[in-house]
Design a binder for this molecule. Sequence first.
Ligand SMILES: *Cc1c(COP(=O)(O)O)cnc(C)c1O
Length: 358
Amino acid sequence: MINVTRSHLPSREKLDTYISQLYDSAYLTNFGPLEQQLTKALEQYLNINHLVLMANGTLALMLLIRGLGLKGEVITTSYTFPATAAAICWSGLEPKFADINASDWTIDPNKIEDLITPQTAAILATHVYGNPCDIEALTTLGEQYKLPVLYDGAHGFGIQYAEQSLLGMGVGTAVSFHATKLFHTVEGGGVIVADSDLAARLKRLINFGIAGPEQVSEVGINAKMSELHAAVGLANLQEINDCIRLRQSHLYYYQQRLDHSGIQWQQWRMNSTTNGAYAPVNLPSEQSLLNVKQQLEVNNIFPRRYFYPSLDVLPCHGAPKNTPNAQHIAATTLCLPLYAELTQAQLDLICDTVLSSL
Ligand SMILES: *Cc1c(COP(=O)(O)O)cnc(C)c1O
């Protein structure tokens, strides 16, 4: 079976080195030595200011919202994973869905202005499949309306935009290190911020609001990353460059072989690197997508309709909104399998099947 993704498992030797440290320290969670080591290593690798590691990416989004004290409405994209909007709702705020740009599939800054009301607290945009949002336009909007611009950077690991880390943009960026993501800690995530006071507050918030022995400064939650999860992250980080290289090479192969008039590729932002996190192909119609998907499944290949349906059409988010691009892209985009261990024969089988089903 070829699934849409396969979690990278680090070498047992590398992992065992960290597990031994854990046995030596008998320190299993609560900002232990491995969690601190992973924080430093990721800050350095990603070239970012402050990373606060957390238990998962959904909590990271909620804590970013909480840490900034947001209330009211958040303008976001409907072409994203359900967690982006769910984190807004679970925080007691309301998502307002702006449409995406039909070519790069990120939130369309021109659709945001109409949704701004006195209740608007922030803009939360997703770098979907790792493609940077229109950062300049969003920054300008944020400044003009005095709204913090936040990013869901769950797909953006390692991306450089204009020679800076994509994950360092905006007031804050939430990341996910879930097992299905490019870089993972099994379950995990974090928030990246430039402001050290905000980072310190986030560290208190993820530890029940505890500010010191016998001192609780505010209502917090438990969202810490354990030492075991940090150990997997440290081992994976040593192998991430090889993983990214292989994924990029597989993606490039797909792009060469599937250079077909029936397939559109996501238009990548200029001045940005890639990370080979996903292989989304846009097909001429939903029927065509269903044909391709079915033929792949006959061959025991399981692609995924990521981000389908467009979140704004879900009954839990009220009546569908005016998001024709998001609804169309969601209905016609299929993610092909992409992970480092794919073989040439598997890549060819996938390409042959896609081309013969179009
Ligand atoms: C995976 C993902 C999340 C949620 O992360 P978890 O670590 O699984 O909670 C949030 N946003 C996007 C865009 C994602 O892809």
